[in-house]
Each structure stands twice: as structure tokens, then as C-alpha cells.
Write a protein that binds this ligand. Structure first.
Ligand code: RUQ
Ligand code: CUA
Length: 631
């Protein structure tokens, strides 16, 4: 095949979504063409030939990457730059390997009637002074309006909240300074406040809210009603503000209605102002939710809105990202506009302190970057990198130069473009949400992989590409197929995380199970006992490779059985599993962990249980029998 043909084929692949999408957004502010952007032509990615980024077998990665699992409901950990998947953390899903959604310990976190699916979008690791402190990872569930906190010592969620009064949590972000005391969760869909069925037919009464959660207690602090649908959000580096992109300012119910105005907003909340009002009792509550609600809509304020600043931003803005290392600017990516809007945080403070006359005065630049800008990330040399969904490119541009251009100087702020494969959404450079930004690697989370991998049926892998951004020109160095569907990712330095290798016996994750054993007079670390309490039977056993402490127990058909297993192995990586055949039960018991499950023994007969994690040469023999007498 000639080069020429290849080129045509490549173009048609690349354009397949772009053309239809451009038609679809006709009328959106695509006018203005490519401006200064056209001065730097895109370079097709070269296949990686060198191996300076290769992580040899046995070598460890430089970064931990936290990936959302999208509608798989998980969070994943990858090593970067190898892009090797290290762990899946089940959160809003049922996991057959770990027993998440099956064990009593996980059900306590999920809640008794929790939906066992979800749609995770934006993982965020906690900060101390805008640096990753490795304590928690927070993640939103867009599907069932929840926020979870994952403990990064044991890599399990320990708190999950359902957010009241709103529908769909999309944007999620954390306070950075002085540390992560607050979590901000942006409600997306507008619904009646109170959504109890009384008001269905009057969309002019539908609203959404920003929710603030105490990161330590995981209790709600407040909610603020806003105009329009909230999308993505990010905080500043002073601890005072949180900004959210806001589309559908027309508050339409259908796509044509949503496409109304030329501009939507970036909504910026003054957190201390809201909290002063809440402390003074100036709030309402909705329905039976006790969460304090303040009104941050424009209509609720005479003169200057004390709670929120609505910055007119070209139609349907999407990503909101504060620039490290000082957090001077915030870039809002245009999505349906070929621009990025650069907001200077100090001007936002000026506005709330009574200065500036026009909300647009906080905008210091609005560079044209290309078609379909979704998210922006950064290096440590003053450059921004924006994902272009329609162009299937990453564009590198210089922030200070874009400000000079906005002020009328003849300056080309575009530094480089690179093709990605294909239709990129999120983008994140190493440490780019923190003071430690290092400008080394960038992940490009492409929504389509098309022809990049062996075909595996109608469902294709996503393609998370890795780009070397350390030089003048970006260099594509890795294609990473991923399962449906990472939305966002972040990278922290390997030394910024210190996970446990073995549980400690006082871990709060299974403290309630320990308390139950104590009430039964059972010492979990030693006893193998069956306690009968009416038709409730509690079976306590230890596990030490290659045997369970109890290899036979007897119950009656219809008994409610609780099995509690304590792994007394102390060596890291000697995990056991407890799997009960034909009962849908399997769960993890890692060294020094206690895990439990409760079920009704409804089938008379002999039922084997076995260890499901290969732990020993006699692993296959690590088993026992549950004998169920007919009722
Ligand atoms: S959003 S592709 Cu759910 Cu993060 Cu922008
Ligand atoms: Cu214990 Cu396999």
C-alpha cells in the first residue's frame, strides 16, 4: 500500500467523528477559525522506537496513576510510565475477587440498599498544602449521585454518601490549601427542589446545587443552589474558592433548548461567604434532608451576589483546571467553542472584595486552541496542554503568551500539536494538579481506539495514551487499552503513597465484626467456634496456609449463617479467599484481616467451601464442608 493511501485512510479514521460532531454543533461558536493555532501544524505521532521510558521486568514505576473506571464503577491504579495495571479498587460495583458488595464489611460502607453499580468519573487524591498526602482518594458516582472516600492505606472505600436534593454528581474536586478539609461535588441534572413528585411539569422550577462535604467526617456542610447545570470543577490554591463550569444556562430540557445562548458560565463560589451565612443560620433545608441550603442564584441577590460569581464563558464550557505550581490561573475549556478561557484567581478575590465592575474582568485570556477543547493540564514551564475532542489532538500552548495576545500583542501562543487516537476526553500530566508538577508525562484518555488494537467484537477498548512532554515537542510513547471507561486520571509520585502491606488487627474496616466476636466471647485470632443464637449461627474460623481452622460445621436449613474468617498469616501477599460453592459467596482475607459474610442456608446437603487465592502448594486442599440438615 502506498504512503498516499495510508494517509487517506488515516484521515478518514481521524475525521469520522469530527465531521459529524461539527455538523452537530453547527451554530456553536466555531466561527473565528483556528486563529493563531493554525501557525503550528500538527505532527502525526511517531511510533515509540526508543526505550528510555521502558520499565524493565522487576523495575518499579516512577508514578502511581489513579484512573476512574467509569461505568465499571471502579477506581484503578496503574504504574506510570509502564501503564501496567496494578490494582482495581471496587467501589460502586460488585467484585467477585474481593467480595466487595458481598461481605458484611463492604455492605456497611455501601449501605444496606445500595445500588451495586455506578459511573465513576473524577478521582482526586487528598492534599496538604497543595501536595499529595497519600491519605485518601475521593471519587464521584454520576449514575447514583454518590461520593466515595477510599483509604489509600488499604485501598478500600470507607465512606460512601448519597448526595440529597440533586441528581448526578459529575464534577468532583478537593480543597488544596491548607489541606483537604472539604470535598466539592457538582450536581449536574436539574430537578425540582423538592423532587418528591409534587412538581413535575414546570421545568422553570428545576435547579441543581454545589454540595460541600467535610472530608474527614464525611458529613455534609452545605449546598448552594445555582443557575444552570454544573459540569466540572476545581479549587484555587488559597482555600477560598471553587469554580465550576456551567452549561445549559437556558435550563432547557432538550438539546435544542440547551443550545440557546452564545454563552454559559463559569460559576465561582466564595466558600467562606457561604459558610458565614450557614453559621449565622441564614439557610433553608429541603424536604427531609437536614443539609443547610443557601441560594447562590443571581435572582436571590440584590446587587452583587455574595456567594457566587457568574463569569460569562463561551457556550457549554467543560473542563476546569487550576494551573500549578502557584495556582495563579484557572483554565476553562470551551468544548463547543474553540477557545479556552483563562481566569486569574487574584481577580476573582478582587471581585468578591468589591472591586472590578464586569464579571468578565476576571478573564485575562481566551486563546483559540482548536476544535472541541475538553480539559487542560500543565507542565512546570508555563505551558498548558488542552485535549481537542473533535481534532483528536493535544495542543500545547503558553499561558503568559496567550495573555499577551489577549492584550493585543502579536504573539503565537501555540507551541505544539500532536495527534492522538482518537477523540480524546480527559488529559492529565504528571503531578499537574499539585505544587509538585514536573512536566514529564501526560496521559491522553481517548474515547475511541478504533483500529489501534486487535478487534475484540463490537465493544472496543478505550485508548489511554502516554505522551512524553519533557521536551519542546510532545512524543507519543505508549498506547494503553483500557476497559470501559476511564474518564479521568491523575499521577502522583511513587514516594507520595505508602500503602500497608498487611492489615493491623485494630483496623476500623472490620471493627464492627471484631465487636460482634467480642460480644460472642470469641477471640478471633485463636478461636474456631460455632455460636448458635436462635436461628442465627455465627461460624468463627482462622485461616493459616494451607488450612481453615474449621473444616466442618453443621447448620439447619433456613438458618441465617454468618461466617467470619480471620487470616492469621503475617507474611505479605499470603492472602486467602473464602468461597462457598453454589452460594454466590467469595471474598478476600488478606494477612491479619477479618472478613465476614451473612446468608441464609437454604439448601440442605453438603456444601464445600474452599480457598480461592492460591496460597500454598496445598492450596487446592484448603477446604471444608458446611453440612445443612433439612428443616
Ligand atoms: S468529564 S471528557 Cu465526566 Cu470528566 Cu470531561
Ligand atoms: Cu489459602 Cu489458597
Amino acid at each position: 500500500m502506498s504512503d498516499n493511501n495510508d494517509h487517506i485512510k488515516d484521515l478518514s479514521r481521524r475525521n469520522f467523528l469530527r465531521n459529524s460532531a461539527v455538523t452537530g454543533v453547527a451554530g456553536a461558536s466555531l466561527a473565528g477559525g483556528f486563529g493563531a493555532g493554525a501557525l503550528v501544524r500538527s505532527r502525526p505521532a511517531e511510533a515509540a522506537t526508543n526505550n528510555e521510558h521502558h520499565v524493565e521486568p522487576g523495575e518499579l514505576d516512577e508514578y502511581y496513576g489513579f484512573w476512574s473506571g467509569g461505568h465499571s464503577g471502579e477506581v484503578r491504579i496503574l504504574g506510570v510510565p509502564s501503564m501496567r495495571e496494578l490494582l482495581r479498587i471496587p467501589v460502586f460495583n460488585v467484585d467477585s475477587a474481593t467480595g466487595w458488595g458481598i461481605t458484611n464489611e463492604s455492605k456497611r460502607v455501601l449501605g444496606p440498599n445500595a445500588p451495586l453499580n455506578g459511573d465513576t468519573h473524577h478521582p482526586k487524591v487528598s492534599y496538604t498544602d497543595a501536595r499529595y498526602d497519600g491519605r485518601y482518594c475521593f471519587i464521584n458516582d454520576k449514575l447514583n449521585t454518590r461520593v466515595a472516600r477510599i483509604r489509600l492505606d488499604i485501598m478500600r472505600a470507607d465512606k460512601i454518601l448519597t448526595i440529597p436534593n440533586v441528581q448526578s454528581i459529575h464534577g468532583l474536586t478537593l480543597q488544596r490549601v491548607p489541606s483537604t478539609e472539604r470535598v466539592f461535588a457538582a450536581g449536574e441534572m436539574i430537578v425540582p427542589l423538592n423532587n418528591n413528585g409534587e412538581y413535575l411539569d414546570d421545568p422553570s422550577e428545576y435547579w441543581t446545587m454545589m454540595t460541600c462535604i467535610d472530608a474527614e467526617t464525611m458529613e455534609f456542610k452545605w449546598q448552594a443552589i445555582v443557575d444552570g447545570n454544573l459540569d466540572n470543577c476545581d479549587t484555587d490554591y488559597s482555600g477560598r474558592f471553587v469554580a465550576a463550569s456551567c452549561y445549559n444556562s437556558a435550563r432547557g430540557m432538550t438539546l435544542p433548548e440547551m443550545m440557546g445562548p452564545e454563552r454559559d458560565w463559569t460559576v465561582i463560589f466564595d466558600v467562606p461567604a457561604i459558610e458565614r451565612a450557614v453559621a449565622a443560620g441564614e439557610y433553608t433545608t429541603i424536604g427531609d434532608s437536614p443539609v443547610p441550603v443557601v441560594d447562590a442564584r443571581e435572582q436571590a441577590h440584590q446587587g452583587r451576589n455574595a456567594f457566587a460569581l457568574y463569569v460569562p464563558t463561551p457556550r457549554s464550557p467543560h473542563g476546569v483546571n487550576t494551573a500549578p505550581p502557584e495556582g495563579k490561573y484557572c483554565v476553562v475549556s470551551g468544548k463547543l467553542s474553540p477557545t479556552c478561557t483563562v481566569i486569574e484567581w487574584s481577580r476573582v478575590a478582587e471581585w468578591f472584595d468589591g472591586g472590578l465592575s464586569d464579571p468578565r474582568d476576571v478573564v485575562v485570556a481566551e486563546p483559540e486552541v482548536g476544535l472541541g477543547p475538553l480539559h487542560t493540564t500543565y507542565d512546570n514551564r508555563g505551558n498548558a496542554y488542552t485535549s481537542l475532542f473533535l481534532d483528536s489532538q493535544v495542543v500545547k500552548w503558553n499561558i503568559e503568551d496567550s495573555i499577551r495576545a489577549y492584550n493585543g500583542e502579536e504573539v503565537n501562543y501555540i507551541r505544539d500539536r500532536i495527534d492522538v487516537h482518537y477523540n480524546i476526553g480527559h488529559i492529565k500530566a504528571s503531578l499537574a494538579c499539585s505544587r509538585d508538577v514536573d512536566g514529564k508525562y501526560l496521559t491522553a484518555l481517548c474515547k475511541f481506539s478504533k483500529d489501534r488494537f486487535l478487534p475484540v467484537g463490537p465493544m472496543h477498548a478505550e485508548n489511554d495514551q502516554l505522551i512524553d512532554i519533557s521536551g519542546e515537542q510532545m512524543k507519543l510513547i505508549h498506547d494503553g487499552p483500557t476497559y470501559a471507561e476511564p474518564h479521568d486520571a491523575l499521577m502522583i509520585r511513587a514516594d507520595q503513597l505508602n500503602p500497608s502491606q498487611v492489615y493491623t488487627r485494630d483496623d476500623p474496616y472490620f471493627a464492627e465484626t471484631v465487636a460482634m466476636a467480642q460480644a460472642d466471647g470469641v477471640t478471633l485470632e485463636r478461636d474456631n467456634k460455632v455460636i448458635r443464637d436462635g436461628n442465627k449461627v455465627r461460624v468463627y474460623m482462622t485461616s493459616v496456609a494451607p488450612s481453615f481452622g474449621t473444616t466442618e460445621f453443621r447448620v439447619k436449613q433456613g438458618d441465617e449463617v454468618t461466617i467470619v474468617v480471620t487470616n492469621m498469616d503475617t507474611i505479605e501477599d499470603v492472602s486467602h479467599g473464602f468461597a462457598l460453592v453454589n452460594h454466590g459467596i467469595n471474598f478476600e482475607i488478606h494477612p491479619q484481616q477479618t472478613s465476614s459474610v451473612t446468608f441464609v442456608a437454604d439448601k440442605p446437603g453438603v456444601h464445600w467451601y474452599y480457598c480461592s487465592w492460591f496460597c500454598h502448594a496445598l492450596h487446592m486442599e484448603m477446604s471444608g464442608r458446611m453440612l445443612v440438615e433439612p428443616a
